[in-house]
Write a protein that binds this ligand. Structure first.
Ligand code: 4AD
Ligand code: MG
Length: 477
């Protein structure tokens, strides 16, 4: 007999004489009712054991966490709460679970406790829901770009270049940690290393994606990226996934249009495909909010917030306008911000971004035309010689979710920028070639995938939307 998924059984339109289902016991009540889950859906199916005809030895082994194989018939449920249940005719214990020692007891656990048990937390409703939504979102991303004719490019994970120039990279080396070969000056001699040069884990696939966009027109990358920034926040991971489209002939406005359309598409996709999980997460968030003091509660529920993003255009605001708003804002005047905004050119902190989105505009915001000084070298310089064609998309509860720009396509301007920053032009020879041979206006952006998953699931800590988070002092599992 073919094994059925719990999801299909619950969605059945008619009773079925013989079914077979395998999964894990969530609870076992009254020596009779198993709540069985197999990960296919957030709901459990109730399996009713014929306890009079089941050996006591077997009944004892039906414990929370145990893996079981059940055969029986799918019948309309007499109890409330479910339409169908399985009347068990045979039950086999596939794997016992020591009920006393099992960490995932059927009760509410703190997210901190669950993080310490990241290998088991996916067995809870919350993490099951989050990880299914994550999977659907990643499929939606491919679907969106593939429908539009973008080519998926796998950019290298080991790289010799520092795209963002922030120097927050993890070194990749095959040299021994003790007594590595040294140069005459006493530095580590990377010429003797595996690649014959210094290499790192990539912080972004953008530079390589640009070279592909200048031939294939529209490309995107979607892969892991690594940053060794020591920021222990609820929005930073040392290993995270980034989606980076890059489009030839797009200027910054077209880039903003693409980003907005893309984000709305994937959110709509999740709403369409993950109804049960999102409804569950909506309730979870509402319960969390109830624990907070009135003043700190969010005005919108999760589903409302997602709907809001679909129905409202993102506000497009220049950096200069944003600085004016922030300068005159109450928290700035009352010195409530940790970083007071007093002049043009200041880098925006997450507190400022969230003020703009959550208090001032009450909508997702696209900030553009940032000061050149606080942005990466590859962004196109505006005619004012002060600002660059950068854009950041800011989301409620998240802050920056997307960073992107129109790229500097003019060889001489780019070379000057590289020289001013003290970067060795020779290291970027291949990147500069795109400006030497058939250069053109082009733009792209990077979406932090986990930040998107945070937003869509209503979770508040980025460690809870990736299976095994990598953060400072933490690489367990
Ligand atoms: O703004 P960032 O640094 O932009 C780039 O890397 C560009 N090269 C992208 C491009 O234009 N192709 O990073 C892009 C996004 C951020 O907006 C944020 O959502 C996410 O990546 N991000 C992180 N997410 C989790 N943990 C971190 N440490 C992150 N750093 C950036
Ligand atoms: Mg950024």
């Amino acid at each position: 007999m073919k094994n059925s998924k719990v999801k299909d059984l619950l969605n059945s339109t008619k009773p079925i004489d013989e079914v077979s289902v395998k999964g894990w016991v969530r609870t076992f009540r009254n020596n009779q009712f198993i709540a069985l889950n197999d990960g296919s859906v957030i709901h459990n199916i109730q399996c009713v054991v014929d306890f009079e005809n089941t050996p006591a030895e077997t009944l004892k082994r039906i414990t929370t966490g145990a893996a079981v194989a059940i055969k029986g018939s799918l019948v309309e449920s007499k109890g409330s709460g479910q339409k169908y249940e399985v009347q068990v005719t045979s039950l086999e214990i596939l794997g016992d679970s020591d009920a006393e020692k099992y960490p995932m007891q059927p009760k509410k656990h703190s997210l901190e406790f669950l993080r310490e048990n990241a290998h088991l937390r996916v067995r809870t409703n919350v993490f099951g829901a989050v990880m299914r939504v994550r999977s659907v979102l990643s499929f939606a991303i491919h679907q969106y770009f593939q429908e539009k004719g973008f080519v998926y490019v796998n950019t290298p994970i080991i790289t010799g270049s520092d795209a963002e120039g922030a120097g927050e990279m993890f070194r990749v080396t095959a040299l021994p940690a003790q007594n590595p070969p040294l140069t005459e000056e006493g530095n580590v001699n990377y010429k003797e290393d595996f690649f014959g040069k210094e290499t790192n884990l990539t912080v972004s696939g953008q530079l390589e994606a640009e070279t592909y966009a200048m031939a294939l027109g529209q490309v995107y990358t979607f892969g892991p990226t690594f940053r060794a920034e020591n920021s222990n926040t609820s929005r930073h991971l040392a290993e995270f996934w980034m989606v980076e489209p890059e489009v030839a002939f797009n200027d910054l406005d077209a880039n903003m249009d693409l980003a907005e359309d893309f984000i709305q598409y994937v959110i709509q996709y999740a709403l369409d495909k993950c109804k049960d999980d999102l409804e569950f997460l909506d309730k979870r968030l509402a319960d969390e909010e109830k624990q907070k003091p009135m003043a700190e509660r969010s005005e919108m529920g999760l589903l409302e917030k997602l709907q809001f993003v679909l129905e409202n255009n993102f506000k497009r605001v220049s950096y200069t306008e944003a600085i004016d708003i922030l300068k005159n804002s109450k928290p700035n005047k009352n010195k409530k911000f940790s970083y007071i905004i007093d002049e043009w050119g200041a880098d925006l902190q997450s507190e400022h971004e969230r003020y703009l989105v959550e208090k001032h505009f009450k909508s997702p915001v696209i900030l553009f035309d940032y000061p050149a000084k606080i942005k990466a070298f590859y962004m196109r310089l505006n005619d004012d010689n002060k600002t660059v064609r950068a854009m950041d998309i800011l989301f409620p509860g998240i802050g920056e979710i997307v960073g992107g720009s129109q790229r500097e396509e003019r060889l001489d301007v780019l070379q000057q920028k590289i020289a001013d920053l003290g970067i060795d032009e020779k290291e970027l020879w291949w990147y500069l070639d795109t400006r030497r041979f058939g250069t053109a206006v082009h733009s792209g952006f990077g979406l932090g995938f986990e930040r998107l998953v945070l937003f869509v699931t209503g979770m508040t800590n980025i460690r809870d939307v990736i299976p095994f988070p990598r953060t400072p002092q933490n690489a367990e599992f």
